[in-house]
Design a protein around this ligand. Sequence first.
Ligand SMILES: [Zn+2]
Length: 148
Amino acid sequence: MNSSIDNGGKTHVRYAHKHYPKIVELECEKCESRMIATNQNVPDGIEHFMDISDFEKKWNLVCLNCTYRTELNWSELKEFDFWLKTEIRNIEFWSWNIDHLNMILKKLKKEDLKSDKWQFFQSYIPQEWLLKFNSEKEIRKIEKLKEK
Ligand SMILES: [Zn+2]
């Protein structure tokens, strides 16, 4: 399985910076449904954080559909595919979780991000997305991910 959690190819290399979301939505390798990975070191209410060990088994994975449960470290987490992922105009689009996705949508629609908890991540949005995912058709495709 090829995951883009760390780099997503050359276009999102800035995501390799050590800044992590507390919650990552992934695809279950058993049943291909939505699986939630939560970092146990981070208190509730914190959306993202910096500087964790790549090797601590602090990520708690729970599939919302089947019985799959496990604890993994960041490096192992990268083996999974993102849940909120699609391809648009031959460019891979992905997001950590639904709040991250909503922030990206706001940015693409040129809406105000001032009170958005994810606004910090706006500077990590690949330039290519901002340039090419700006028409109604592309935005609709990203919005469809929310119905998955
Ligand atoms: Zn499952």
